[in-house]
Write a protein that binds this ligand. Structure first.
Ligand SMILES: *Cc1c(COP(=O)(O)O)cnc(C)c1O
Length: 344
């Protein structure tokens, strides 16, 4: 199977498995796992934040961050295409009593800050309190788009001006940094909190980090415990994460190049419409010109051995990742072309 559903299907490298087997560990609920501590120090340093906290998933990282910033009845300003809004099972509302205030995402993943300013509530007992602004970089549903440092700075300034905190869902922030050719900290140090995933393009088996000030991380630490995310000898997982940060970041450029190759190839297949032939990172979104053939199309591709995701509304998503080589791209394009011919 050629699996383009997500970069989460990546398998740990040999170096990760060795590091996991040999990891020095302790009880991380007591803060005594030296490997977790080392990973957290690396994450804080890389993001230009004071401290960091290892959590099992990006979803828990975002939720623990929201719980640390917000009280019940507070409002979170967030894009209408955000992962936090669509794909995290309503955790902020269910567990935090936090209300999302949706702002339209621009096609490149940004939020219009003037529109955001109009959405900030005046201090009045009738209103929820506007507390937090959340951004996403890279932006999944906006095509893997990249927010640039100048926008991040403008958003941070906006947040400060309006008494909001700024949270960055940076599940794929390393893809953004590699695409721009800059340090991750240039995209993260201005945020009040940042989460990123080790388990996607960086190929670790599990784990995410929350980064922020020492004071914020202390609150997130309590939230992690409440959510059941306090793990014991978690250094086994953190060891793979250290390898991910040390060895797996620069190669993301290969994923981006392969996504462009894939997009160019898909654009040449009659019956398909690619959203852009220059995908900004590792995601390619496309549609069938005839949406009536959707089911037959996906079934034919699966039958031929190519897997990809449906993003809703007739959109398909293919994600390049560690393990997808150039020949896999070309093979998948051949099979997709055959499948498209078959169903037309
Ligand atoms: C994957 C993802 C998450 C959540 O990460 P999990 O580890 O799958 O819980 C959050 N935000 C974005 C943008 C993601 O792509």
């Amino acid at each position: 199977m050629l699996d383009f559903r997500s970069d989460t299907v990546t398998l740990p490298t040999d170096a990760m498995r060795r590091a996991m087997a040999e990891a020095e560990v302790g009880d991380d609920v007591y803060g005594e796992d030296p490997t977790v501590n080392r990973l957290q120090e690396m994450a804080a340093e890389l993001t230009g934040q004071e401290a960091a906290l290892f959590v099992p998933t990006g979803t828990m990282g975002n939720l623990a961050s929201i719980l640390a910033h917000c009280q019940r009845g507070d409002e979170l300003l967030v894009g209408d295409q955000a992962h936090i809004f669509h794909y995290e099972a309503g955790g902020m509302a269910a567990l935090g009593g936090v209300q999302p205030r949706l702002l339209p995402n621009l096609p490149d993943g940004r939020l219009d800050l003037e529109g955001a300013a109009r959405a900030v509530r005046p201090d009045d007992a009738h209103h929820p309190r506007s507390r937090l602004l959340a951004l996403e970089n890279t932006h999944n549903r906006c095509g893997g788009s990249v927010l640039a440092p100048d926008y991040m700075l403008a958003a941070a300034e906006f947040a400060q001006e309006h008494g909001l905190k700024l949270h960055l869902d940076g599940a794929r922030i390393f893809n953004a940094a590699v695409a721009l050719g800059i340090a991750v900290s240039d995209l993260t140090r201005m945020a009040d909190s940042v989460t990123f995933c080790l388990s996607k393009g960086l190929a670790a088996p599990a784990g995410s980090l929350i980064c922020g000030s020492r004071e914020f991380i202390a609150k997130a630490h309590r939230a992690r415990k409440q959510l059941g995310g306090g793990m014991r000898q978690a250094g086994i997982l953190a060891a793979a994460g250290i390898v991910a940060l040390a060895e797996m970041v620069e190669r993301l450029a290969d994923d981006h190049a392969r996504a462009r190759r894939l997009a160019h190839g898909l654009a040449e297949i009659p019956g398909l419409a690619v959203e852009t032939t220059e995908p900004p990172t590792n995601m390619v979104y496309f549609r069938l010109v005839d949406p009536g053939r959707s089911e037959a199309f996906q079934a034919a591709c699966r039958q031929a051995g190519v897997l990809f995701g449906a993003a809703g509304g007739g959109r398909y998503r293919m994600v390049t990742h560690y393990g997808v080589e150039v020949e896999h791209i070309d093979g998948a394009l051949r099979l997709i072309r055959q499948s498209t011919d078959e169903i037309m």
